[in-house]
Write a protein that binds this ligand. Structure first.
Ligand SMILES: Cc1ncc(COP(=O)(O)O)c(C=O)c1O
Length: 424
């Protein structure tokens, strides 16, 4: 495949932006792929190549690229104003919808990214409980702020910076680390740090070292043990919210969080985040409470519009087809691995999937670290060369949208077939 225009743009961009990118997860060698446009399940790069996309903007685009309903609603809203610095009815409408789907979010605040959502959620947990420590999963990713850039997943793991330079030791020391699916470690930390833990923050399904599912009862046990110790349970549903079900992982697994963070799908492809909880907790947020949060673009009418229309459309089409397509993809990939006699793991849930290049089933970060991440990048390139674009890392999740057809999935699996052959 021709990549000459990407290579030329990279020569310029690497002088202007570290790694030539605005977010490290987009970088890979020899250079990232610069995109020009997208539609439905397809991405078109600046080199004239068409690809079936499973990166989907790292998860937000559950309706595919440029869904006509979203595009039309945005055009109309843009001509009516993009930012007022005042509240709008759109925020009320979206908040009502979110609250109906997430009963644990009686009140919420909209922000502009998942990073902001978790940053404020943690501050709120501390402000509400008067405690300082948080417990976080190794390999869990909650955005790029100090308290959670400790053994973080996603690009932080891909680019070998799970503990970022520049995070003061004092900040990192307030974050206690446990392996996902290890309830005993959470129990012992809570017991050893009595009355000091403000919250346990967890992606209910890990998404940032690839998709890793909770063991039976793990989330229920987290719920029980945090309540017992008066620590808050924060579900970071930035990926899982509206992706695994309209009510996110909470409704799918039947466990309610104290504080929930949302992002990605909620904004229908535009920048968004939200954090919410029961009224008693949210009333601690400024201006009615002492926990400060603010944002020029928070709740802007453009993101609100994209969110409302996306939820409307998702409600209309439902999640059954997304589930079916996810299962179809996972089962065809499983057959393919058998055919190639490869011991790898096909993982995922709903419309999330990934191949872990390891012979270990993956239950936590330690297991994920047994993957051959270098070979995975060879697979990534072999797929891209043949017209399938997935996130450029073993430690990310692939996403299916409502725009992906059965034919797209069959074609993708044929391309995986060739790509696996090419890299082994
Ligand atoms: C679970 C989770 N939380 C938070 C974030 C941060 O969101 P954002 O990139 O919108 O700041 C991400 C981003 O990938 C995420 O996957």
């Amino acid at each position: 495949m021709n990549r000459i225009n990407s290579s030329k743009l990279y020569e310029k961009s690497k002088r202007l932006m570290p790694g030539g990118v605005s977010s490290p997860v987009r970088a890979f060698t020899p250079h990232p792929t610069f995109m020009e446009r997208a539609s439905g399940s397809r991405l078109y790069d600046v080199n004239g190549n068409e690809m079936i996309d499973y990166c989907m903007g790292f998860g937000p685009l559950i309706l595919g690229h440029s869904h006509p309903r979203v595009v039309n609603a945005l055009k109309e809203q843009l001509s009516n104003g993009s930012l007022f610095g005042s509240p709008t009815e759109l925020e009320v409408q979206l908040a009502e919808r979110v609250s109906n789907y997430f009963p644990s979010m009686e009140m919420m605040r909209f922000v502009s990214s998942g990073t902001e959502a978790t940053m404020h959620a943690i501050r709120l947990a501390r402000g509400f409980t008067g405690k300082k420590l948080i417990i976080k999963m190794i390999g869990g990713f909650h955005g790029a702020h100090d308290g959670v850039l400790v053994k973080a997943g996603s690009g932080a793991t891909t680019h070998s910076a799970p503990d970022s330079a520049g995070v003061p030791e004092e900040a990192a020391a307030n974050t206690l680390l446990v392996q996902y699916n290890d309830i005993d470690s959470v129990k012992s930390f809570l017991a050893a740090n009595k009355d000091q833990v403000a919250a346990v923050i967890v992606e209910p399904v890990l998404g940032n070292i690839g998709p890793v599912l909770p063991d039976d009862n793990y989330l229920r046990d987290l719920r029980e043990i945090t309540s017992k110790h008066d620590a808050l349970l924060i579900f970071d549903e930035v990926i899982t919210g509206f992706r695994l079900a309209m009510g996110g992982a909470q409704s799918r697994f039947g466990v309610e969080a104290d504080i929930t963070t949302l992002g990605k799908v909620l904004g229908g492809g535009l920048p968004i985040g939200a954090f919410g909880a029961r009224t008693e907790i949210m009333e601690k947020v400024s201006p009615i409470g002492p926990v400060y949060q603010a944002g020029t673009f928070a709740g802007n009418p453009i993101s609100m519009t994209a969110g409302i229309v996306t939820l409307d459309e998702l409600e209309r089409v439902g999640h059954d087809e997304l589930e079916r397509k996810g299962e179809m993809m996972r089962s065809l990939l499983t057959d393919l691995l058998k055919k190639h006699n490869l011991p790898y793991q096909v993982a995922g849930i709903g419309s999330m999937f990934q191949i872990f290049m390891t012979d270990h089933p993956v239950r936590d970060h330690k297991d994920a670290m047994t993957c051959d991440a270098k070979k995975f990048m060879k697979l990534f390139h072999a797929l891209q060369d043949r017209g399938v674009y997935i996130p450029p890392s073993q430690y990310e999740t692939c996403f299916i949208s409502t725009a992906h057809s059965d034919e797209d999935i069959r074609l993708t699996v044929d391309i995986y077939d060739e790509a696996l052959e090419a890299v082994h």
